[in-house]
Design a protein around this ligand. Structure first.
Ligand SMILES: Nc1ncnc2c1ncn2[C@@H]1O[C@H](COP(=O)(O)OP(=O)(O)OP(=O)(O)O)[C@@H](O)[C@H]1O
Ligand code: SF4
Ligand SMILES: [Mg+2]
Length: 314
């Protein structure tokens, strides 16, 4: 098993109290697995990715463990995490392609980044990896503004995986890209895994339709907790959690007319994570909710590799 996350709790300190953005999340990431991480805005996807790399000043590790290749990560110790981040676990952050320094050529950024980590990668190897994601060596001489969104995103991926990490977390790398650029980015990600340059991957997106094209398994989060995790085929064709069912059911179908099949969506909104309610957090929006749901449902493995947190799913 490449990564094991157990009862992870990460909070944000705010003036109004602690936001319980990750509130007891547990899952495994197998060797070679691409795990899609889905769920609506604010459910904690980015927080999970960041927590595995670097807790910023407002984040607090409130409990739980993360084990990578058999070693427990020292999440709260920023300096000790240096030995792992980028070397063994790497992140393509949300909005990273817009965060590239516009005054630096790509090649210079790569050199500076590597120097800051005290590592060197030879030019031939860098060119080989660029070719793997469909980029010419010439991109190293260009400024970010001279690259398309998809090219920037693939360049960031190459930079993030130069040291062959065990885990790559790609946070919304396909959002804001057109369909052909999305496909190029998804192809680049699977190529990195298939060539063994990255062992396993967490592909974060709120687009569950796209996730199903790349991920071996999908994990759906809701309000800081795991709702359901299953192999992709099972999660998309036979979901068991009412929230997953509604997410899948609300996907638009090409060719369907609104008059014949209105988009359903999911009425209501997730609870505040400042002071989340007791019991199942989906209770206010769930058509199956009853008195039992005032108790928090446990996460249960209802079939091999299929876990669900819902009283009605077993
Ligand atoms: N710096 C912060 N300070 C306080 N609360 C925060 C901070 N960053 C995130 N949060 C809160 O933590 C929760 C999880 O946010 P997170 O960004 O992880 O969600 P997400 O699933 O990545 O959403 P999106 O799909 O919009 O990217 C939300 O309730 C959010 O408001
Ligand atoms: S535990 Fe209850 S409220 Fe929560 S998803 Fe299941 S049926 Fe709905
Ligand atoms: Mg996010």
């Amino acid at each position: 098993m490449t990564l094991t996350v157990n009862d992870l709790r990460v909070h944000y300190r705010t003036l109004r109290g602690e936001v319980r953005a990750l509130d007891g999340v547990g899952f495994d990431l197998a060797d070679g697995e691409i795990l899609g991480l889905a769920g609506e805005s604010g459910c904690g996807k980015t927080t999970l990715g960041k927590a595995l790399i670097r807790l910023d000043g407002r984040m607090r590790h409130a409990g739980g463990t993360v084990t990578l290749d058999g070693e427990e990560l020292p999440l709260s110790d920023d300096r000790a995490m240096n030995a792992y981040r980028f070397h063994k676990i790497s992140l393509v952050p949300q909005y990273s392609m817009s965060a590239l320094n516009p005054t630096r050529r790509i090649g210079r950024m790569v050199r500076e980044l590597l120097a800051s980590r005290g590592v060197s990668v030879d030019t031939d190897e860098l060119h080989r990896r660029l070719a793997l994601v469909g980029l010419e060596p010439g991109v190293l001489d260009r400024y970010p503004i001279e690259l398309s969104g998809g090219m920037k995103q693939r360049a960031v991926m190459v930079i993030s995986t130069l040291l062959d990490p065990s885990v790559l977390i790609a946070d919304e790398v396909t959002s804001a890209l057109d369909v052909s650029n999305q496909q190029a980015v998804v192809g680049a990600l699977t190529g990195l895994r298939d060539k063994g340059l990255v062992t396993s991957m967490i592909f974060v997106t709120h687009d569950i339709g796209l996730t199903s094209h790349i991920a071996d398994s999908i994990m759906v989060m809701y309000a800081g907790k795991l709702a359901e995790k299953a192999p992709t085929k099972i999660l998309t064709t036979a979901p068991r959690h009412p929230y997953t069912k509604m997410l899948i059911g609300s996907l638009p179908q090409v060719g369907a007319r609104y008059a014949d099949k209105p988009l359903s969506g999911i009425a209501g909104s997730p609870p505040s994570l400042l002071d989340p309610p007791a019991g199942c957090r989906f209770r206010d929006r769930c058509p199956l909710a009853d008195r039992q749901c005032a108790e928090e449902p446990p996460v249960v493995e209802i079939a091999p590799r299929h876990t669900v947190a819902c009283w009605k799913a077993a």
